[in-house]
Design a protein around this ligand. Structure first.
Ligand SMILES: [Ca+2]
Length: 230
C-alpha cells in the first residue's frame, strides 16, 4: 500500500511540477551572433550593445555561455541601447523571465540595466527591475580581471495575448563600465492539459487510499477484519 500511495503521490505532484514549457524567447542566448528575433533602438552592429565573442576580449569572462553574449556601451560609448522581444502570452497566466546579468567595470563604476515587461498594449509596465552592481576591476587597471555574472529572474502576469521583455542600458558613466547579458528565457508554470489530466487521475487514485488510511487510523491501527474479530 505504501508503495502504491507513494507512486500515486509522485504522479500527482510530478504533474503539477511539470513546467515543460517551451522557451518563449527566440535567440535568448544570442548564439546566432546577431539580433535575430530581437528589436533594437539602433542599427547593429553598434557599440551601444555589441554581440561579442571571446576573441573580442580574451580571458575576461565576458561570455557567459556558448560563444556570444551582449556587451552594452562597449568601447565606452554612452549608454543608450534598448533590446526587446515580444512573445505570445495567455491573459492572466503567470510567467517568469530569467537571464544572466554581467558586469565588467572599474570598482568605482556600477553598470546598470532596467528590465521591464510590457503588457499587450506595448506600453503598460507589468513588471520592472533595475539591476546594478559595482565592478571589481581596480581603477585605471588594464583589463585583466574577470567579469561578474549573476542569474536573475522577474515574474509577471500577462494582461494580453502578447508581452514584451525589454532591457535598457542605464549605465553612467559608461567609461570602463559595461553591462553584459546572456541566456534570456521566458516560461510559464501553468500545467498543460495532459498534466492536468494526469493530476486528476492522481487525485482519483490517492483519495480512496487516504480515506482507507483515515479509517484505519480511527480503528486504532487495526484492520476492519481484526476489529470485528476482537
Ligand atoms: Ca551566449
Amino acid at each position: 500500500m505504501r508503495y502504491f500511495l507513494a507512486l500515486s503521490l509522485s504522479l500527482l505532484f510530478g504533474a503539477f511540477a511539470d513546467k515543460a514549457q517551451a522557451d518563449l524567447i527566440v535567440n535568448g542566448d544570442f548564439e546566432t551572433g546577431n539580433y535575430t528575433s530581437w528589436s533594437t533602438n539602433f542599427i547593429p552592429p553598434n557599440s551601444a550593445a555589441l554581440i561579442i565573442s571571446e576573441s573580442d576580449f580574451p580571458n575576461q569572462g565576458r561570455i557567459r555561455t556558448g560563444i556570444h553574449s551582449v556587451d552594452f556601451s562597449v568601447y565606452d560609448v554612452p549608454a543608450t541601447a534598448i533590446l526587446s522581444q515580444t512573445f505570445a502570452t495567455q491573459p492572466g497566466a503567470r510567467y517568469t523571465a530569467t537571464f544572466d546579468f554581467g558586469t565588467y567595470a572599474w570598482r568605482d563604476r556600477s553598470p546598470s540595466l532596467v528590465i521591464q515587461v510590457l503588457g499587450g498594449d506595448g506600453m503598460s509596465v507589468l513588471a520592472s527591475e533595475t539591476l546594478s552592481r559595482p565592478g571589481i576591476n581596480p581603477v585605471n587597471s588594464p583589463p585583466v580581471t574577470l567579469a561578474e555574472w549573476s542569474s536573475e529572474s522577474l515574474t509577471f502576469i500577462a494582461d494580453g495575448t502578447s508581452s514584451t521583455l525589454r532591457f535598457r542600458d542605464t549605465t553612467s558613466p559608461s567609461f570602463a563600465s559595461d553591462a553584459l547579458l546572456d541566456n534570456v528565457s521566458v516560461s510559464n508554470a501553468v500545467p498543460e492539459p495532459a498534466s492536468i489530466l494526469i493530476a486528476g487521475l492522481g487525485i482519483l487514485v490517492v483519495a480512496p487510499a487516504l480515506r482507507r488510511r483515515s479509517r484505519w487510523a480511527c480503528n486504532g491501527g487495526k484492520s476492519q477484519a481484526s476489529t470485528v474479530l476482537a
